[in-house]
Design a protein around this ligand. Structure first.
Ligand SMILES: Cc1cc2nc3c(=O)[nH]c(=O)nc-3n(C[C@H](O)[C@H](O)[C@H](O)COP(=O)(O)OP(=O)(O)OC[C@H]3O[C@@H](n4cnc5c(N)ncnc54)[C@H](O)[C@@H]3O)c2cc1C
Length: 505
């Protein structure tokens, strides 16, 4: 059979993943000068998971590439700005650190800022490397403005992402996708037809008998994994041994007096609690490991830990951390929760959706579905999943907490060899191994290591050649610039009101 173009794409699922996949496929990919015919099927009966409110900086490029209007986005999704994550009680109770997005000051000649800081620090010094992070300093002041586009400016040395209402974001994308020609079908898929010759999916049938045919199927059906799991039987690799949390209670609460430009993650007795401020409410949740705490006790701990009154009853979501053995199988590509889930810490699921869609567009097949394309897609997604897994496991593994069975378990649990190497490398030399250039950058790894108290024994020897007075003057200048620059920015809430043209309250 000769290969032809893939024209008909069917997306199963209308959650964040479904709409984040449908819109770029319709807008950015053409076949013979014409757009793809994209149909999205979603089931009102089944609904969506309805969480996923914090993002990472590449969401900005995703929105911009699709031509989404930034102010309309802000208004319609009730978004706020995110400069990073504040981690409370992770190293030990009462300790805080910040993972800010962006860099830590300019290099001094050939020597990077981190090596300079390590060299400059006196042995009994209690100052923090965070003091050189623009994002951290701006967040401490509850301020925000977008970074300067000139990377040489101190105000160009940080990055940001968003917090938004996941349901409103999906609705916003749906509006755009329908304008771009995506056909939305409401209904529940009850049957999947496979071609007898090769086992490729040829069509899905809805409960009312409607049949939808396609060349390529994108499985965005969430944890059900209707096509990749239930139909094609691609197995799931369970990572619970290294990521033991498997449940979450989610609850909205009233807004607080200060609109903070960061996510807060607070370690609790058998997991951790998130706090995500939106324009109109705060999203909260308790992520917990059911081997170490009962679900009612976890719910109670969440409610006790809220800083504003709850607006609804908490909702329970169960999950298993891990990933599919293959996320592209025959003519099915799994994107979103159907492809895997690494738990919400560090907000990586939407990032994996963005990269999953981007790679599908880049490696888009014809009807021959060359196995090498699927193999390359699977290779890249696997590498990213593993790199993110290591980053998340590090939060638990390096804890100094030993106050509950859960934290003692985390400190003692076996870790992947790649992460063991990463920890050895950092502890001995201050260097970081980047296994996946599309995942967390060196500055993020350093933030985390330092926040968790893993200070390197050695640094780049080039820093030893720097005279102490030159280093001292450089350190003074970096800190003074960070403080002065952060002071020059507006309040986070005031910046949002200015963008929306609404009066500050
Ligand atoms: C507790 C928790 C917190 C999270 N927090 C974050 C976060 O802060 N940041 C982040 O990036 N991510 C987060 N995530 C992940 C994020 O929620 C998901 O990645 C994202 O919402 C994508 O979900 P989805 O679209 O894959 O699945 P879903 O939202 O479950 O959507 C599945 C869709 O498939 C449809 N469907 C299913 N079966 C059928 C069928 N038979 N016929 C027709 N339609 C069907 C459903 O109706 C629905 O439309 C979190 C996840 C959890 C569990």
């Amino acid at each position: 059979m000769t290969a032809g173009p893939v024209r008909k794409v069917v997306v199963i699922g209308g959650g964040t993943a479904g709409w984040m996949a449908a819109l770029p496929l319709a807008k950015l990919r053409t076949v013979g000068g014409a757009g793809l015919e994209v149909t999205l099927v979603e089931s009102a009966e089944i609904g969506t998971i309805g969480v996923g409110e914090a993002t990472l900086p590449p969401i900005r490029a995703y929105n911009a590439t699709l031509g989404l209007d930034p102010v309309e986005f802000l208004r319609k999704t009730r978004a706020t700005f995110k400069l990073g994550i504040e981690f409370c009680d992770w190293r030990r109770p009462g300790h805080r650190f910040f993972h800010g997005f962006g860099d830590f000051g300019p290099p001094l000649g050939q020597v990077d800022a981190f090596s300079c800081w390590l060299r400059h620090r006196a042995p009994d010094d209690t100052s923090s490397y965070e003091d050189w992070s623009m994002a951290t300093e701006v967040a401490r002041r509850n301020r925000f403005a977008p970074p300067d586009s000139d990377p040489r400016s101190p105000l160009g040395a940080y990055s940001y992402a968003f917090h938004f209402d996941a349901g409103l974001y999906a609705a916003f994308l749906r509006e755009q996708a329908e304008q771009a020609g995506v056909t939305r079908v409401e209904g529940t898929v009850t049957e999947v037809a496979l071609r007898p010759a090769d086992g490729f999916v040829s069509a899905v049938t809805l409960s009312d008998g409607r049949r939808i045919e396609g060349d390529l199927f994108v499985d965005c059906s969430g944890q059900r994994a209707l096509l990749i799991g239930q139909t094609l039987r691609v197995g799931y690799e369970d990572w619970s041994a290294q990521l033991p949390c498997n449940g979450a209670w989610a609850v909205p609460s009233e807004s607080a007096a200060q609109l903070t430009p960061f996510t807060r993650s607070t370690a609790r007795s058998a997991g951790w609690q998130w706090r995500i401020p939106l324009q109109h409410r705060i999203g909260n949740g308790m992520v917990f490991a059911s081997d170490f705490i009962g679900k009612e006790a976890a719910r109670e701990e969440l409610l006790q830990g809220l800083d504003t009154p709850a607006l609804a009853d908490p909702r329970l979501i169960n999950f298993t951390t891990g990933r599919r053995h293959r996320v592209w199988e025959r003519n099915v590509v799994a994107i979103g929760l159907s492809s895997g889930f690494l738990e919400p810490l560090e907000s990586t699921a939407i990032q994996l959706i963005i990269d999953g869609v981007g790679r599908l567009i880049e490696l888009f097949p014809d009807t021959s579905f060359a196995p090498a394309l699927a193999a390359e897609y699977n290779r890249r997604m696997h590498r990213q999943y593993e790199s993110i897994r290591d980053f998340i496991v590090l939060h638990y593994k390096l804890t100094q907490r030993d106050d509950t069975p859960f934290w003692r378990h985390c400190a003692a649990m076996p870790i992947p060899d790649t992460l063991a190497h990463q920890i050895d490398l950092f502890r001995s030399s201050g260097r970081v191994a980047i296994y996946d250039p599309e995942s967390f950058r060196e500055s993020s790894w350093i933030s985390l290591f330092m926040g968790l108290g893993a200070v390197p024994a050695h640094h780049d020897p080039q820093a030893d050649a720097l005279p102490p007075n030159v280093l001292a003057e450089y350190a003074r200048r970096v800190r003074a610039t960070v403080v002065a620059s952060a002071d020059s920015l507006p309040e986070h809430a005031a910046y949002i009101h200015r963008q929306l043209g609404t009066p500050a309250t």
